[in-house]
Design a protein around this ligand. Structure first.
Ligand code: 1CP
Length: 376
């Protein structure tokens, strides 16, 4: 539980993850992995079988806590991410989420016409999402104090994709039909989602999350102009509206748009995003160059997070993994005035099913070890 802190001193932060964001000296580079609690872990598959369905796992405080802690117990990771899903928000709005075996998420109801917006149940949304703060409070009693907890949500645009398409989609033709032909409708939907996400992320922070991340997983299907109209302004509004600090402790905001690395400068120019996720398709030196002329609200340097190819972790042998880690660190170091500060190592997207957990352990340990040869 959060207790009011009156004399909080940033220099006393123990977490390597938070220290990196605040540009403080670190012993080694922090690393965590998107989808670190997931289907590549045998213990996850076992508990998922026992729970019966993915939603049973997400809504049960004890089980969701146990799954969040699985990768923390197994690997030397520097941060935990709440076990949940971005799609629990549209579920709480009344769309009826289920996960079909080998098919992915599916909604019973979808948004097709502007009149469907009136059917979205957004009043008192936290009544239907109360299990999430309950999981967070439970986790905070179990996590070591140097391991921060990352809360998260989808971006409004990414959630709108699922709410309109009803499931994963190949070319997103339904959402694009609305976006291109009826942009007012699109903006109305995005505004409704944005307001619910602000409530939801504030509830996560109040329950104890140390940072929050916005997954804009489908931002990359947009042209850059449409990204600037339909995705980034809503992410910005969320970051501006949620707690900048809580109980006197700053709450960093992370945003990750997959597939639009050339927009990283625009993302940094909002000044309200502390950490920007970088997928695996661009060099970190390019991302650093794009962020160089911007600082965050708290006058910190923008932190970068990424950018190892998740397929390398799936198929690469240990020498290949080591070579790529060395390259990523070297490229960042050179472009960041010969320092590894303001970097968080991660994959460029989530850990893939069938990834060998031994390789995950190896990756975490070599990132720590190799980074100690660099100035931080
Ligand atoms: O079958 C199963 O057991 C479910 C697999 C699974 C898992 C483990 C899903 C279904 N979601 C999750 C957990 C999850 N999802 C986390 C937990 C924390 C962690 O990272 O360890 C997080 C942060 C998410 C976020 C999420 N869900 C995103 C954003 C990140 C990303 O991968 O781009 C997205 C797009 C989703 C939707 C979703 N949920 C599940 C699947 C298979 C998908 C993707 C479907 C698609 O490709 O459209």
């Amino acid at each position: 539980m959060n207790t009011p802190q009156t004399n909080f001193n940033i220099n006393n932060i123990k977490s390597t993850f938070l220290r990196s964001i605040f540009g403080l000296q670190n012993q080694h580079l922090p690393i965590w992995l998107m989808r670190q609690a997931g289907r590549y872990l045998p213990e996850y598959l076992a508990i998922r079988n026992k729970a019966g369905s993915f939603m049973n796992l997400c809504t049960n405080v004890d089980l969701a806590t146990e799954v969040t802690l699985m990768p923390i117990n197994r690997f030397n990771l520097d941060a935990a991410i709440l076990f949940s899903d971005i799609l629990v928000v549209p579920d709480a709005m009344g769309l009826g989420l289920s996960f079909v075996e080998n098919e992915g998420p599916r909604f019973a109801k979808t948004i097709n016409t502007i009149s469907d917006l009136n059917t979205l149940q957004t009043d008192n949304i936290m009544d239907r999402l109360q299990y999430v703060p309950n999981i967070i409070k439970n986790l905070k009693t179990k996590l070591p104090t140097n391991i921060p907890l990352i809360g998260f949500s989808g971006s409004p645009f990414t959630l709108a994709c699922y709410m309109i398409e009803g499931a994963s989609s190949k070319n997103h033709s339904k959402i694009k039909a609305i976006m291109y032909n009826n942009s007012d409708f699109m903006h109305q939907l995005l505004t409704i989602i944005t307001n619910s996400i602000i409530t939801y992320l504030n509830a996560q922070i109040e329950a104890g999350c140390d940072t929050v991340m916005i997954f804009d997983s489908w931002g990359g299907i947009l042209t850059d102009r449409d990204f600037l109209e339909f995705s980034l302004p809503y992410i910005t509004q969320i970051c501006k509206s949620i707690h900048n600090s809580y109980n006197g402790i700053p709450i960093p905001k992370i945003s990750f748009t997959r597939g639009l690395n050339h927009m990283i400068g625009n993302i940094a120019s909002t000044k309200v995003i502390d950490v920007i996720g970088v997928d695996w398709t661009c060099n970190l030196s390019y991302a650093r160059e794009l962020t160089e002329s911007h600082t965050t609200t708290n006058s910190n340097k923008v932190t970068l997070q990424g950018n190892l190819d998740p397929v390398l972790l799936l198929v690469g042998d240990k020498p290949a993994l080591k070579k790529q880690v060395e390259r990523i660190l070297h490229d960042y170091y050179i472009s960041n005035n010969e320092s590894l500060n303001n970097l968080i190592f991660n994959l460029g997207h989530g850990v893939l099913p069938h990834t060998n957990p031994d390789h995950v352990a190896y990756l975490v340990d070599i990132v720590h070890d190799i980074s100690m040869n660099f100035k931080m």
